[in-house]
Design a binder for this molecule. Structure first.
Ligand code: ADP
Length: 500
């Protein structure tokens, strides 16, 4: 220990270097006794200089080196054969707490005051090793991942690396893939389109891009993929990393889900037809029962002697009216179920509204009403069956007229409006009246087939409207006004390209 202190004072510059070195520096004499022990060595081995100086350096080594160390030195001193002196090597160190760690050890030999001494330079490799191990296992995981992982050059897009998952899924060898670019795998992309797609990544506008596309394997088969793309650095060059998920199974599930949905919709329709049939039976039953009772009354009257012809005539009239009513019901149903081949075309919804209003105005009753029409100009077109959408508009206007038939002149105002729903690519049409509105207890039923509150109503108008609008991927609903009346709304998707 004394000797160490003396040495330290001998050369203060050297001392400063040793004190601040990141490597552990330990010097020993020819017997292996520790002479100096710098702060880095204290940190690495967990001994303080005071407690270790003067002890044999083999304390810092695990077995078998510990037992053999004295022998090594002696052997060297006798034979001059060096094992670690000069060149460094990786070995194992022993901390005070008994734990072992990998370390790099280089030994220099020097002569001090005629004494042969050795200085060891020690670097703790545990963090480095564990980082390397981590990197290696991460690389192993990524390499073995079934997801496709690619790295491609940011300038020429050539693949720099593709993991095993990518190679085995695509069927290319590592050598072959290095001649390709992502564009070669993506049928829907040209070089230019791909460049445009990743432009926001290149400019730093976004950090990550996700998109779905189709990949083509070497054998020509295709599969849908979801691509996650990031710009990074690989081997000191800007490169893109692409993680690709094969979404065939997900797509299949979505298919399946759609089929299930269609099946459900079909079941819904079947149950709706069931309800309709019950409604039809009920509707027809009324005039038929009336005919039956008028006919029985007529028969009874015929049996009595003083039957007035007028009375009989009246009964026949009623029979005729009831059968006409039954006929009407059947005619309505015929029209309703008449196979209509849906014919869609690009149309202006405002045009359809104007045409429907013209039809309404052919009815003399319409003269009692005032029609306020507020249509937004230059609306995008819709894709629709014109007859069907006109039928919806007509139905809603006629219902509004029915609802206000007994209202004062002021309230016989029907407002028709059209507009674009902001941010939704949908056109909205509304028809408002100032009638009694929809009673709360009927709110859930008005779209049901055969629900009516009108004496001569059929109750199928709104149910047809709903079927048509839903069939056009739209929605229909109503909202009562706070004061008086109701507005019926429907929306329809616009054609995406509004320039045509
Ligand atoms: P119908 O007109 O033959 O009754 P709908 O299916 O068109 O058949 O309408 C069903 C019911 O909805 C009507 O009987 C009425 O009670 C209610 N309804 C429809 N439109 C209006 C409206 N504008 N104002 C008040 N009630 C309405």
């Amino acid at each position: 220990m004394e000797e160490g202190v003396i040495n330290r004072t001998k050369n203060s510059r050297l001392y400063a270097i040793i004190e601040t070195a990141v490597e552990g520096i330990i010097s020993i004499d020819k017997n292996g006794i520790i002479q100096t022990f710098n702060p880095a060595a204290e940190k690495i081995f967990q001994y303080s200089a005071n407690e270790i100086i003067g002890k044999n350096v083999n304390l810092l080594m695990p077995l078998p080196d510990r037992q053999e160390h004295d022998g090594y030195i002696k052997n060297y001193l006798v034979t001059g054969k060096q094992k670690v002196i000069g060149s460094g090597r990786e070995t194992t160190g022993l901390r005070k707490d008994g734990s072992e760690f990998p370390m790099w050890l280089a030994i220099a030999e020097f002569n001090e005051d005629g004494q042969q001494c050795f200085t060891g330079f020690v670097r703790d490799l545990s963090t480095e090793k564990s980082n390397l191990q981590k990197a290696a296992s991460l690389e192993y995981i990524l390499e073995r991942s079934l997801n496709e992982i690619y790295i491609f050059d940011a300038e020429n897009f050539r693949f720099i690396h593709a993991n095993q998952g990518a190679l085995s899924n695509l069927g290319y060898t590592e050598e072959e893939i290095l001649h390709l670019t992502p564009v070669d795998l993506k049928l829907e992309y040209t070089y230019e389109r791909f460049e445009n797609l990743i432009a926001p990544l290149k400019s730093g506008e976004v950090e990550k891009i996700e998109f779905t596309t189709t990949h083509q394997r070497k054998d020509g088969t295709r599969y849908p993929v979801e691509v996650h793309l990031e710009l990074t650095e690989y081997l000191a060059r800007p490169a893109y990393v692409a993680i690709i998920l094969d979404i065939s199974q997900r797509m299949e599930a979505q298919e399946k889900a759609r089929i299930n949905q269609e099946k459900l919709a079909q079941m819904d329709r079947v149950s709706m037809y069931g309800e309709m049939l019950a409604g039809i039976a009920h509707e027809l039953n009324q005039p038929l029962a009336a005919i039956n009772s008028y006919a029985s009354a007529g028969t009874r009257r015929m049996a009595s002697e003083n039957t007035e012809k007028e009375k009989l005539k009246e009964l026949f009239k009623k029979i005729s009216a009831s059968s006409a009513r039954a006929g009407d019901i059947i005619e309505h149903l015929r029209v309703m179920f008449k196979p209509h081949v849906k014919k869609t075309e690009y149309v202006s919804v405002n045009r359809l509204i104007k045409d429907a209003l013209k039809l309404v105005k052919t009815d003399t009753k319409s003269q009692e009403y005032q029609f306020k029409v507020d249509l937004t100009k230059k609306l995008p077109q819709i894709t629709a069956d014109t007859i069907q959408i006109q039928q919806v508009i007509l139905n809603l206007i006629r219902n509004a007229m029915d609802a206000t038939a007994n209202e004062s002149k002021d309230n016989k105002t029907i407002t028709v409006e059209s507009c674009l729903v902001p941010h939704e690519n949908r056109i909205q049409v509304s028809i408002s009246d100032k009638g009694p509105g929809i009673e709360a207890e009927h709110a859930d039923q008005i779209f049901n087939p055969f629900f009516t509150t009108k004496e001569s109503g059929m109750g199928i108008g709104l149910s047809i409207c709903q079927t048509i609008i839903q069939d056009h991927s739209g929605q229909i609903w109503f909202s009562n006004h706070a004061d008086k009346g109701v507005t019926f709304y429907f929306t329809l998707p616009t054609k995406l390209d509004t320039n045509e």
